[in-house]
Design a binder for this molecule. Structure first.
Ligand SMILES: C[S@@+](CC[C@H](N)C(=O)[O-])C[C@H]1O[C@@H](n2cnc3c(N)ncnc32)[C@H](O)[C@@H]1O
Length: 291
């Protein structure tokens, strides 16, 4: 039984309902993926780009606001942070409260974040109005990546900084590859081309250079960096599948097959002693300054 989400060995939630039968991708993303996989990368990205008190910061494809919150803490009360995403449902999960003390308290940095639902290729943001534009693990999802780069260039002021993070294209993208492996092992057809080799979630360094150059960025510096994912427990890592594009795929399966797939994912996410396996994530980090 999973302590974090009450997902039983049959993939059903202990108290009320079948967790994987009707997962809310945004809720599961916020609850299981964001704190473990995405927050550590958000801290690394904002450190790399550098955000000063008073900066106006734009977070493109912000999702549940991972990067926006890290930026808001640095920009301070004199700064401004705008989080944009194609999905209003993801933006709706941007937590305005912190519960680390046990009882909810208003997170003053998060409370100041403005949210705007818009595609990365049509940002609802004025020309030359932001000091820093950030985009973490969003670019691969955008059909016209060059248009998205040009939009980020449009809204940056002279002297403004860009920071983009994208999973590096590798044959096996941890931890997501295990979800695809489990679905493939049970004969579930790929929901979209390349879904089970994770390629659509990644970019190569050459692609990144070409996309940013075509958007009008010069002097782009790209580094490759890695972080270990420390899942609190194997069941947490399994539950996180509900926060990915695989979540609705699992939901569409009949209950018996769904239970088998969830059991398989759980087993793949555990090491020999039953604790959570460690996964290495590797990102391309691109920074540029507008002259
Ligand atoms: C993997 S999540 C990353 C979210 C966030 N940046 C983070 O680091 O936690 C990818 C996000 O891209 C958004 N997205 C997908 N296509 C998009 C588009 N064309 N324009 C803007 N956002 C898009 C999704 O809604 C999702 O929130």
């Amino acid at each position: 039984m999973c302590n974090c989400c009450d997902v039983g060995s049959d993939g059903r939630q202990a108290s009320g309902g079948d967790f994987f039968a009707a997962p809310s991708v945004p809720v599961a993303y916020r609850q299981y993926l964001e704190p473990v996989v995405f927050e550590p990368w958000a801290e690394r990205l904002v450190e790399l780009v550098g955000i000063s008190p008073g900066d106006t910061v734009l977070d493109v494809a912000s999702g549940t606001g991972t990067v926006a919150r890290a930026a808001a803490r640095r920009a301070g009360s004199g700064g401004r942070v705008i989080a944009t995403d194609l999905s209003q449902a993801m933006l709706d999960q941007l937590p305005r409260e912190s519960t680390s003390s046990g009882s909810p308290v208003v997170d003053s940095a998060a409370a100041r974040i403005e949210t705007r639902q818009c595609p990365a290729t049509e940002l609802s943001v004025d020309d030359r109005s932001v000091d820093v534009a950030l985009c973490q693990q969003g670019l691969p999802f955008v059909p016209d990546k060059k248009a998205a780069a040009a939009e980020m260039r449009r809204v940056l002021r002279p002297g403004g900084r860009l920071g983009v993070a994208v999973w590096l294209s590798t044959p096996r993208l941890e931890p997501f590859i295990h979800y695809g492996d489990a679905l493939a092992a049970h004969g579930v057809p790929e929901p979209f081309p390349g879904a089970y080799d994770s390629t659509p979630l990644t970019m190569t360094e050459d692609e990144m250079r070409e996309v940013l150059a075509s958007g009008g960025f010069t002097g782009v510096q790209i580094t490759t960096d890695s972080l270990e994912v420390d899942w609190p427990e194997a069941d947490w890592a399994a539950a996180a599948m509900a926060g990915t594009p695989y979540g609705p795929v699992v939901a569409s399966l009949d209950p018996a097959l769904r239970g088998e797939v969830v059991d398989d994912v759980r087993a793949r996410m555990a090491s020999a002693d039953g604790s959570a396996a460690r996964h290495r994530t590797t990102s391309l980090l691109a920074v540029a300054r507008v002259v």
